[in-house]
Write a protein that binds this ligand. Structure first.
Ligand SMILES: O=c1[nH]cnc2c1ncn2[C@@H]1O[C@H](CO)[C@@H](O)[C@H]1O
Ligand SMILES: [Zn+2]
Length: 434
């Protein structure tokens, strides 16, 4: 007897070998998918009727700062440097572990409700984040965000903290949590520090999550400091490889794109954040032409301001179309691949597709809605018309986290109340200081 059978759904497997099944079944047992077919002989403890819905792999959000949901709407309509230095960093200086717990709970709740099954996070108080993720039921690749600012002593402490987190959390929560090293960016961490981080990551068999060339200011600063851009500097220290997840990658030259593609670097494209902070347009179509693994991320809620991967998919494709002046650029199915298959590849997760042997990380999107009618093409509908609140059911690692819009693993109202209180206390403390 299997654990779960999802039947009567329009199954978007995202598996190029299997294709899509207009009316199919997905059978789940012991955390994995055991069958994806037109019909099944199997029986299960739980049978979910997905009639009127699309059954698909859940989304992988490859760049977040989950705790920053507390800063949702706190400092909007500002340039990145001032946003970060004058508003976000002073506020983060007041953050406590319990604030990050409140913010991360809120983020996990929002992600479960909008169909995200796994995310890559970089933030502070990561032990607390790990505990929240563990109890939320989600899957995540977590990293402590190390900011060294060229201070060798600070660097030592930051690396020690990063290492402590990696050693304790890599593989935790039945393998749902992996731990990465998180050097913040090439202009907030020195070359020497980045060399040490890479060495340590290789020694610990851990991956690296870093911001790369998000802004033109970073490009200029790097050219001034090193006589070369961030990608060239990182390449000069053999930093790149398939173990690296590089967020943003907006200001790339053609040569930079070749370096990233040839080294199999995973690129997390964050179009909403890049538009909101006017950082620029990442050359996504050119990267995909080079077969680079480009995935999608929302970034933190202070620069988005939500964690909805549907918004991110739509924005990604529209931005490429207008940037290249080509309406055929980044079609719906391609952007769906970025949000599922490519994200799973970046985080080294056996997911992103509904396939036998893969993780049972499955969502059901309700298509029986006015704004999703009529239904000619499923990928188009998901990317151009649907939103996070259309997700009806969410399953991670074979466990139902949300059933028919009801979140089972978290106390929704308590999380909202706690987050409101934490945010308002935090802002009072910041105001009192400044
Ligand atoms: O878009 C961004 N660019 C650069 N830094 C960011 C962005 N969003 C959040 N952070 C910052 O990265 C650190 C994570 O450990 C935090 O300080 C967070 O505020
Ligand atoms: Zn970021």
């Amino acid at each position: 007897m299997a654990d779960i059978i999802i039947k009567n759904g329009n199954v978007l497997t995202m598996d190029p070998e299997l294709g899509d099944l207009k009316n199919g079944v997905v059978v789940i047992d012991d955390g994995s998918i055991v069958e994806v077919a037109e019909s099944t002989e199997a029986t299960a403890d739980t049978v979910i009727d997905a009639r009127g819905g699309v059954v698909m792999p859940g989304f992988v959000n490859t760049h977040t700062h989950a705790g920053m949901t507390l800063f949702r709407g706190y400092a909007d309509d500002l340039p990145l440097a001032s946003w970060l230095q004058d508003h976000i960093w002073p506020a983060e200086a007041e953050l406590t572990a319990s604030d990050v717990v409140a913010g991360t709970n809120l983020a996990c709740l929002e992600m479960i409700k909008s169909g995200t099954v796994a995310f890559a996070d970089m933030y502070f108080f990561m032990e607390e984040v790990g505990k929240v993720v563990e109890s939320s039921g989600l899957r995540a690749a977590l990293s402590y965000g190390m900011i060294e600012l060229g201070d060798a002593e600070k660097g030592k402490n930051e690396l020690k903290k990063g290492k402590g987190f990696v050693n304790e959390w890599n593989g935790k929560a039945d393998g749902r949590i992996s731990a990465m090293y998180g050097p913040h960016a090439p202009n907030t961490c020195s070359k020497d520090f980045l060399i040490k981080v890479k060495e340590q990551a290789v020694a610990d068999n851990a991956k690296i999550h870093i911001h790369v060339l998000e802004t033109e200011a970073e490009l200029n600063q790097m050219k001034e400091q090193y006589g070369m851009c961030s990608v060239n500097m990182l390449d000069s220290i053999d930093f790149f490889g398939p173990d690296v997840l590089a967020a943003h990658c907006v200001w790339l030259s053609d040569g930079d794109m070749d370096i990233l593609a040839n080294n199999n670097v995973n690129i997390s494209h964050n179009p909403v954040s890049n538009m909101k902070l006017a950082s620029g347009v990442a050359p996504v179509t050119k990267l995909l032409d080079r077969d680079a693994n480009v995935c999608l991320g929302t970034d933190g809620c202070a620069s988005n301001n939500n964690l909805d991967m549907f918004d991110e998919m739509k924005t990604a494709t529209l931005l490429q179309k207008v940037d290249t002046m080509d309406p055929t650029a980044l079609p719906a199915r391609k952007v769906l691949e970025m949000a599922t298959i490519n994200g799973a590849k970046a985080l080294d997760i056996k997911g992103g597709m509904l396939r036998k042997g893969y993780n049972a990380d499955v969502i059901i999107v309700d298509m029986n809605r006015s704004h999703l009618t009529p239904l000619f093409d499923v990928p188009s509908q998901l990317v151009y018309s649907a939103g996070g609140s259309d997700v009806r059911t969410s399953i991670v690692n074979g466990k139902v986290l949300m059933d028919d819009h009801k979140v089972l693993c978290m106390d929704e109202q308590k999380i909202i109340d706690d987050a409101k209180e934490a945010a308002s206390d935090l802002v009072s403390r910041v105001d009192a200081k400044n």
